[in-house]
Design a protein around this ligand. Structure first.
Ligand code: HAM
Length: 418
């Protein structure tokens, strides 16, 4: 019997792992500049952590959670997202005492029982960060700015932050009523269960992919029409700050997000390379979440970016500078040269050069073939003649150029040519 990775999961094979490492290291470097430090939380949590925060009407809670009873009869859920666990840990370790601000980042798998397709997995991975304890619009703008900087550093061009505001509770209440009124005729024809769900949270109708729902919501006025006083001022200020920071953004009333904990600002970045799963990332403000978890009222804002989706976009645009190619391949032309070849390889590595050789000392022809296949730009050839003279043949792979230099000059030469 041969096994395969479970549906909706994927192995990251060595030829691709450098992409993950690059995304994670660019992420860590970008957030470090703004003072975010990593928090790691467990793979599973008490189920209630998510039902309370993601919302009882969200698809994540109603359809997608990997929930099971453990042997001690506890209801456990594999984390479907990283924000609620991060806030649970923040409270547990008092990472944000009253009046303070905490900046946290994470790299995490998430588990959602979805129908797998391009860019949509059952085990997916996110990099994310949270700015906890500030209600300033500067906090919202900082999170959006960092997100855009991350994509910029990865070389993903043309991204635009799609921003919207859900306002405070009283604005959302008016908006919810407006949704129900303007889609009443459509809703009346829907199954009772669906009507019930939409009544509980009319915003859910706005993420529906169903074409008739899409048609019905065209008559819904934009939520920003309902923004009152402070919410309007905050949203205006955020736009001003983004303009000043040269962050490309567009007002996108259709962005309402699929998790229930958002208040005020929400945003996404999309890419056309992703097809139906167009969101590269999503985030926003969640001023009530910490209080829902039993903590003090703590205004917070954050975002999570899908790693697999960033890879799809970067693959499509050919944005990987280099992969696992070695810098140099050492070829042993005769058996007597083996020890010297090993010494040479050690020296090259000492200088930070990725160095390969044929561990099975096959024929010269086979070694040359392997050197070509390895993607190294340079092969170094050492045989009896070179040993006697204290030299090395430098061969530029992919061309006929070959020349001889003293072995003592080799490291400098490879560094120059690679
Ligand atoms: P989310 O929009 O559910 O938000 O997920 C954020 C990103 O994770 C998505 O835009 C997408 O790139 C990626 N993602 C989500 N589900 C999948 C999947 N099944 N397959 C592949 N990629 C996926 C959150 O998770 C919030 N916790 C974000 C946040 C942080 N809000 C505030 N702070």
């Amino acid at each position: 019997m041969r096994f395969q990775a479970p549906r909706g999961t994927a192995d990251v094979v060595p030829a691709d792992s450098f992409k993950w490492q690059r995304i994670e290291s660019v992420f860590r470097e970008v957030v470090r500049l703004y003072g975010y430090y990593e928090l790691r939380t467990p793979t599973f949590e008490d189920t209630e952590l998510f039902t309370r925060t993601a919302g009882e009407t969200s698809d994540i809670v109603t359809k997608q959670m990997y929930t099971f009873m453990d042997k001690g009869d506890r209801s456990i859920t594999l984390k479907p997202e990283g924000t609620a666990p991060a806030m649970r840990a923040l409270l547990e370790h008092n990472l944000c005492p009253t009046g303070a601000v905490a900046r946290l980042s994470y790299v995490t798998p998430i588990f959602r029982y979805e129908r797998p397709q391009k860019g949509r997995l059952r085990e997916a991975h996110q990099v994310g960060f949270e700015l906890v304890g500030s209600s300033s619009p500067l906090a919202d703008a900082e999170v959006i700015e960092i997100t855009m900087k991350f994509y910029q550093e990865l070389g993903i061009a043309g991204t635009v932050a799609m921003i919207n505001s859900l306002g405070r509770e009283s604005c959302r209440q008016q908006f919810r009523e407006a949704i129900l009124t303007s889609t009443a005729a459509y809703l009346a024809d829907q199954p009772l269960e669906f009507q019930e769900k939409v009544r509980k949270n009319p915003l859910r109708l706005l993420d529906s992919k169903d074409p008739s729902a899409q048609e019905a919501i065209k008559s819904v006025p934009p939520i920003t029409n309902y923004l009152e006083g402070e919410s309007r001022a905050r949203f205006d200020k955020i736009q001003e700050l983004l303009t000043d920071a040269n962050v490309p953004y567009q007002l996108s009333p259709e962005v309402v997000r699929g998790l229930d904990y958002y208040t005020e600002t929400v945003f996404e970045v999309q890419s056309t390379s992703l097809g139906a799963q167009s969101a590269l990332c999503g985030g926003g403000r969640y001023d009530n979440l910490i209080a829902e978890l039993g903590g003090p009222a703590t205004p917070s804002v954050g975002v999570a970016m899908g790693i697999e989706r960033a890879i799809i976009v970067m693959d499509d645009a050919g944005l990987w500078p280099n992969g696992n190619e070695p810098d140099v391949f050492v070829i042993q032309a005769t058996d007597q040269a083996q020890t010297e070849c090993q010494r040479l390889a050690r020296n090259l590595r000492q200088s930070g050069l990725v160095t390969l050789f044929d561990i099975d000392s096959r024929s010269m022809k086979s070694q040359l073939r392997q050197a070509d296949k390895s993607g190294a730009p340079i092969a170094l050839i050492l045989g009896e003649d070179e040993l006697a003279k204290g030299t090395v043949q430098v061969k530029r792979l992919g061309s006929s150029e070959q020349f001889e230099i003293p072995i003592s000059d080799v490291v400098a030469k490879v560094l120059e040519l690679k």
